[in-house]
Design a protein around this ligand. Structure first.
Ligand code: ADP
Ligand code: MG
Ligand code: MG
Length: 874
């Protein structure tokens, strides 16, 4: 099949083709060409070729070179230059570009086609030797870097020597002779490290470069990025070969990167940077500090105006915020790239809302535009104003990615990764980051760099993740070797704490207190639209009035899981709980439970009040009893003293409760079978609280949930007990009304899912406890899974952590069986989910598909679930 797609005046073959075939860059180059924007002509080699390159044992497929030569011939004709010509050489860039943008993950080679003779020819032809040798030295450097895998720093020493010799500090101040010497020095360095001389044959350069781009698809950093971003199922990268335009031809030339809107705040204002007399990566690499595009009119008014027009054209065309790359050659503007711009969560929400206002998109599209998980960033903490005002500000860098980060300092990515894995909050401190650092950047709580602009590697990557980043803090002197920084005359080492404000760019000494965020009007607008489209209800997992209230403020429509065990730990309660556990007869147990009753009743009352008019699913006691007892000698002695028993009694009871597999042991409904009085106390507390609420005109809607049912018989017996207790309490309290308490169960044991039709006979509702269901379906202990899960993920034995995102094929099948069988008996059976999965977008999509009534998640994730539920419905 066709391997090469041309774009240029002659034809744009790639227009409308699949992104998976041409990659994002190639497809958009074709599209921009087709809509009449100034794009240097070129061609795209498909991702299928990359795939067959690997399948071929890393050999370029037969026929490729012929197709490439044909495309080159068209370029030559259009541009009236010749590839490999000494007098009038056609130079090209060789650029990678997969279907999913992977910023900075793969390298680009510029000025390919130059050799000793052509450089001389180019110098003569352009009458600009400085430019020609600048282009050549860049080619040798990039070719060494990308094709030969030479260390990026290999060439640096040679450059420094030349700069010293000519007594200049900026690259651009090195004169033509200097650059000519530099090219000679570079060729020597190249030959020394590569073992072969720099190839003088342009055709050879091109095919090596194409192979190198294919090779870069599987470098450790590219693989790592795809893993972190969960990018799967791609054939490989495409290769774009494009005729060069030159931003390094002098002070009337330059290069830049920009966003059509502000990617941090979402403000509808052109945002970007450019560098005069520079080429390619100079802006992103942070070698020189670029100027904001707002300054461009002072330099070239016409180009600035044209750029703003192109910005509007692109936004109207793509109806999306774009991230563009451009170059100006002697006052003429060329577009080199456009793609959907990465943005912060805050910006995503604002842009979506603004674009609806501007009639670019409709509400539905707006809801689909914001990645649900990115809402986390709007819910992120920031620094407290008072603490901020009092903070010891050391320096100010660029506000590259918003948020607040407090942590100790780490000076290399591997160290940051290791320390973060130990639970330490670290700030990764680098002069500039490079793609090799992505692991450490991801693990760090914040990132600080001393060079580079708003579009530097660190800034772009951090924003994509919503990670706090301060970039280009030039006053911070970083000594990566000695692991210390010096700033305003003070020194900070690894164990010292800094605070970073990614919204202002400030770097502060010590820990500055953080606070919860406040939400914008756009946020509520978007959430309102989401609510219009979604059919799944969203509840929360909460077990205190404060959490319930917060969740309600976030839009929770009830509680899907109120765990009662946490209620037994506070203050005196744990003492009563322990004396209940120590009791060796029912009478003493009941006496201890009686003391717990008022606490429970009060808790429930508070929650019912906070959730007035919304359902509250209360799970009866679930964990094994030994979890409430101390296991250390000293603590056991203290407990004995407090309860007035012998330490030996405590030890004996703890030992007798010991289990080999506690998660498969005496817990959940099994506790209620053995100790029905616990169930009775809890149900009594619920009913009494509900009656009290009724008296105060509070609409309490309790749903009593019996955990860990495996057979219908368990539920039958326990349901009878719950009903009997409700009856007893209402009679005692002479309550006349109808409390409408529902009694249901958690489906978290595979057997319960498989026999859901039998179980449903005794259930008013089901709630899938997918944490336990995943544990039992896979047979992976939730508490021990981290000993092997990383290996499973690294070896692609699992697509993702099944405790985070539901395993649709296995666990999901059990859920589906449970739903189908349950509703075969009770058509309208209310069904929800209350595991961690209830707040995870992919799992929510699954829940929507199998017809659940609601998902339940932590308060913080409620907005995410609302948006994900809407996206699932659309
Ligand atoms: P990345 O995916 O890392 O952004 P690109 O392929 O976009 O890599 O190349 C990086 C930079 O190289 C571009 O932003 C542009 O400045 C420069 N560049 C690429 N191709 C050309 C070209 N044909 N002419 C001039 N500059 C180019
Ligand atoms: Mg690059
Ligand atoms: Mg680019």
């Amino acid at each position: 099949s066709k391997m090469v797609y041309y774009f240029g005046k002659t034809k744009t073959e790639g227009r409308g083709k699949a992104k998976s075939l041409l990659g994002g860059k190639g497809l958009n180059l074709a599209e921009m060409t087709a809509i009449g924007l100034p794009v240097p002509p070129g061609f795209t080699i498909t991702t299928e070729v990359c795939d067959s390159y690997y399948k071929n044992g890393k050999k370029l497929p037969a026929g490729l070179i012929e197709e490439v030569n044909k495309a080159v011939a068209i370029m030559e004709k259009e541009l009236k230059k010749k590839f490999g010509d000494d007098a009038n050489p056609l130079l090209v860039s060789v650029r990678s570009g997969a279907a999913v943008s992977m910023p900075g993950m793969m390298n680009t080679i510029l000025n390919l086609g130059l050799n000793d003779a052509a450089t001389e020819g180019l110098a003569k032809q352009t009458n600009n030797a400085r430019f020609a040798y600048d282009a050549y030295r860049r080619l040798i450097n990039m070719f060494g870097d990308v094709v030969m895998g030479m260390d990026h720093h290999t060439f640096e020493a040679a450059f420094d020597k030349i700069k010293k010799k000519y007594k200049v500090s900026d690259d651009t101040d090195v004169p033509a002779e200097g650059l000519k010497e530099l090219c000679e020095a570079y060729k020597t360095v190249f030959e020394k490290h590569a073992g072969t001389p720099f190839p003088q044959d342009p055709i050879e350069q091109l095919s090596l470069a194409v192979e190198a781009v294919f090779g870069s698809w599987n470098t450790a950093r590219a693989v790592s990025y795809r893993q972190i971003e969960n990018i799967r199922g791609l054939l490989g990268t495409a290769v774009n070969v494009q005729s060069m335009v030159y931003g390094n031809m002098g002070d009337d030339s330059g290069t830049g990167v920009a966003f059509t809107r502000n990617p941090n705040t979402g403000e509808n204002k052109f945002f970007g940077e450019f560098l005069i007399n520079a080429q390619g990566e100079d802006v992103v690499a942070g070698i020189r500090t670029p100027q904001p595009v707002a300054e461009m009119p002072k330099w070239n008014k016409a180009v600035h105006k044209q750029l703003l027009e192109i910005k509007d054209t692109l936004e109207t065309h793509y109806k999306e915020m774009q991230d563009i790359e451009f170059t100006i050659e002697k006052g003429t503007l060329f577009m080199l790239q456009t793609r959907t711009g990465k943005r912060t969560g805050v910006a995503a929400v604002k842009i979506a809302c603004d674009m609806v206002k501007e009639n670019l998109i409709d509400k539905k599209e707006a809801v689909l535009r914001v990645p649900a998980n990115d809402l986390t960033q709007l819910l992120l903490p920031s620094f407290k104003t008072t603490a901020r005002n009092a903070a010891d500000v050391l320096a100010r860098g660029l506000p590259a990615s918003p948020g607040a980060a407090v942590g100790t300092l780490s000076f290399d990515a591997q160290d940051a990764k290791a320390r973060a894995a130990e639970g330490e909050k670290v700030i990764l401190v680098r002069k500039e980051t490079s793609p090799e650092d992505v692991d450490g950047m991801h693990a760090a709580t914040g990132i600080l760099t001393s060079t580079g602009g708003m579009t530097s590697h660190a800034a772009v990557v951090a924003r994509g993740w919503g990670k706090c980043c301060v970039a280009g803090a030039g006053d911070v002197q970083i000594d990566e070797k000695a692991k210390k920084i010096t700033v305003s005359g003070r020194t900070f080492k690894e164990k010292d704490v800094l605070s970073l404000d990614g919204t202002t760019g400030e770097v502060m000494a010590g820990e500055v207190e953080t606070q919860e965020p406040t939400l914008s009007g756009d946020f509520s607008k978007l959430m309102g639209w989401a609510d219009e489209f979604r059919t799944l209800k969203v509840r929360t997992n909460a077990d205190s009035p404060a959490d319930s209230k917060r969740a309600r403020d976030f839009g929770a429509e009830g509680i899907g899981l109120c765990r009662t065990e946490h209620m037994f730990f506070e203050g005196d309660r744990i003492t009563h709980m322990r004396s209940m556990i120590l009791a060796d007869n029912e009478k003493d147990r009941r006496a201890a439970l009686k003391k717990l009753l008022p606490f429970q009743r009060k808790d429930f009352e508070g929650i019912f009040k906070a959730m007035n008019g919304c359902p509250v699913t209360i799970r009866l006691l679930d964990p094994p009893l030994h979890e409430f007892l101390p296991h250390e000698d000293k603590a056991q002695k203290e407990m004995a003293a407090e309860l007035g028993v012998k330490p030996a009694d405590v030890r004996r009871r703890t030992e007798s409760l010991h289990e080999s597999n506690p998660m498969l042991g005496h817990r959940g409904c099994r506790l209620s079978v053995t100790y029905p009085e616990i169930l009775e106390m809890q149900v009594r507390a619920i009913v009494e609280a509900a009656i009290k609420c009724a008296g105060k005109n509070i609409d309490a809607q309790p749903e009593i949930m019996i955990p860990l049912i495996g057979t219908a018989a368990e539920l039958r017996v326990l349901r009878e007990r719950v009903e009997a207790t409700i009856e007893e309490v209402t009679t005692q309290k002479k309550f006349e009304g109808d409390l409408k308490i529902l009694i249901g169960t958690m489906i978290e044991i595979p057997r319960a899912a498989l026999t859901a039709d039998e179980v449903a006979e005794y259930a008013d509702f089901f709630s899938f406890g997918t944490n336990d269901l995943t544990q039992m379906t896979f047979g992976y202990s939730r508490d021990d899974v981290n000993t092997f899960l990383p290996d499973y993920l690294a070896n692609d034995l699992l697509p993702c952590d099944p405790f985070q995102s539901i395993d649709v094929a296995g666990v999901g099948q059990l859920v589906e069986i449970g739903v189908t069988k349950g509703r075969s008996v009770k058509k309208k059976l209310k069904i929800g989910i209350c595991g961690e999965h209830g707040g995870e977008p992919a799992s929510i999509d699954f829940c929507n598909r199998v017809g659940l009534d609601y998902v339940s998640c932590s308060p913080f994730r409620v907005p995410i679930a609302r948006l994900a539920a809407a996206q699932a419905a659309l």
